[in-house]
Design a protein around this ligand. Sequence first.
Ligand SMILES: C[S@@+](CC[C@H](N)C(=O)[O-])C[C@H]1O[C@@H](n2cnc3c(N)ncnc32)[C@H](O)[C@@H]1O
Length: 648
Amino acid sequence: MSQETLLSLKQAATELNVSEATIRNWIKLELIMPFDKRKSIITRNEVIRIKNQIFSGEISKLRTRANKLNCSSSFLPNEYIPEQLSDIVLGINNICRKAELSVSDSMFYSTLLILLQKKEVTISTESYSKLTILNFKRKNVEHIMLEWKKELATGYNDSIIKQLIDSVNINEDYFAYDILGALYQVIMSEGNKSLKGSYFTPSSIIDDIISQYYKENDKILDPCCGSGQFLLRFAKHNKCSYNQLFGIDADKICVRLTSINLLLCYDTADFTPHIYHLNTLQDIDPNSIFDEYSFLYDTFDIVATNPPWGSVIDRYKYMAKFPQISSGESFSYFLVMSHLFAKDGGIVSFILPESILNIHIHKDIRKYILEHFNIIQITDLGKVFTGVFTKVYRLDLKKETPCPEHLIQIQRDNNIFRQNQSVYVSDSDYIFNLHYQEDFSDIINKVYAKKHITLKNNADWALGIVTGNNDKYISQECKTGYEEIYRGKDVFPLFLGKAKEYILFQPEAFQQVAPERKYRAKEKLVYRFISKKLIFAYDNRQVLTLNSANICIPRFSGILMQTIAVLFNTQIYNFLFSFLCNTHKVLRSDLEKLPIPLDFLETNNEIHNLTRAIFTRNSSLESMDNYLFRYFEITEEQQQRIHNYRRK
Ligand SMILES: C[S@@+](CC[C@H](N)C(=O)[O-])C[C@H]1O[C@@H](n2cnc3c(N)ncnc32)[C@H](O)[C@@H]1O
């Protein structure tokens, strides 16, 4: 391998635009494979591989993951426990850390501490140092704790519980909170937690679900219950009996925590909580002849949870069981299972990341939802979990034959409005587009009522160039043999800005390049690719573009190409684009939806004079806005609504 292909840590960090410390972390976490680990030398190919991940968006996941895995300080879920309880939780965590206990052992001693304070267990000697004999008040608590005690990695250790008792005193009021759940989240390393997806849900979110849907005697299931927060809130709010509450979790510690939590909640009864240690996606299978869990099917009035988010590692395992779900996404599998658990007319209420609403890969679960449920409500909860940056939504579904005319309640930005489920069904990606809050059909209908054609089959398209090595081919100076090249940020309404970069055009060497004739077309439109708005410039100088600026060459006769550039920068077309497409990328398929009235193809149409006036700067884009409002008969009130919509 030649010397040029190797980069120092500093060079790699500069290329990737991250700090040297970040690169060191990535090496430690084996996200980057260095050429020589000791000296932190990295091959250029490895840097290119990581760069590609940056482009594909994968790196942001790596970054967040790397940061979390590396986070040495304890993670405190602020949303989960009140501030006053934090010190206590951190204190317990410190003692467990110092004693170098495993997660399971730490949770054993923490649980025992809580049970001692709640007088569920007493000690048979005054001397803590001889705390070997534990007297449990209830058989079911005893059973869980003694089973757990048997699994302690280094045997039962009196001194740890003594230390905990001596240093921690939990005020009775704090037992209203899920202290065990909070502790578990702190004690599990943040890295471990993020891999397991174990963010437990703040109580206020669950209380809203309860107040909206719970009816007396309802049976409730959380199919991935964590420490049991959902079930506990039901128990506390409505005094429903423990017999109505069911939970499943694949993590044995979680099963124990939920069981103890429920036993603590119903402190006058001795009972075996209906909490199962199972992999919900694997162990419960109605198609298996060994299926022991049919008593869970079509049973529950409410299935409510915050499921794990993210793809399962071995998705192929689930392909046969969940043929409807190709994404490999955990929450999608849990939704399908919840349909099985809910009874007819039952509610399925899930806490989910924003991506379920509109990301292409989740088209599968949106389709499944629309075919198996009526959506009762979608609630925007904002950013809920410490360290999780995505917005969170609550989806409430009713298991019943879906009705296209069904009205969905949307709660968003302090607004409540209704949408017709058919709007989602008719979208080719089944996007749950919450922007449909206002009924704009009057405006849309007026525009589409004009006889029109679209760019579909009526234009040539080209993507901008990806050189594969900008350092080599792109320069800030116009050297010999170089020519101007434009990026998305150089594209402005109607005109290209001043070129700031130059390229040595060697199409055969580039990673992605369209046929040259498309860049060299006599006339063409250049548009910004990453943009929430349509920004179209007209070009007749045959310039080249990079892939943030794409190209459209309409083939209509009778209409000036400049007219299309003007149209696609106007208010009404921008409104159509953001309303119908709701994306921050300007995609060809979306542009092909926009109508071009046949009237505009007539050479004597007034629109062409207006276009010429705009291009010679004798008139403004606003004059075209006004012309189009008149042409489409958009009233002043409708113009105001368009204006307000675009400002959101
Ligand atoms: C995000 S936590 C939520 C816990 C609880 N529902 C809450 O909202 O507080 C997800 C839980 O799912 C559990 N889990 C992950 N995969 C599972 C599976 N295949 N079967 C059952 N439980 C699973 C994890 O152990 C974790 O406790």
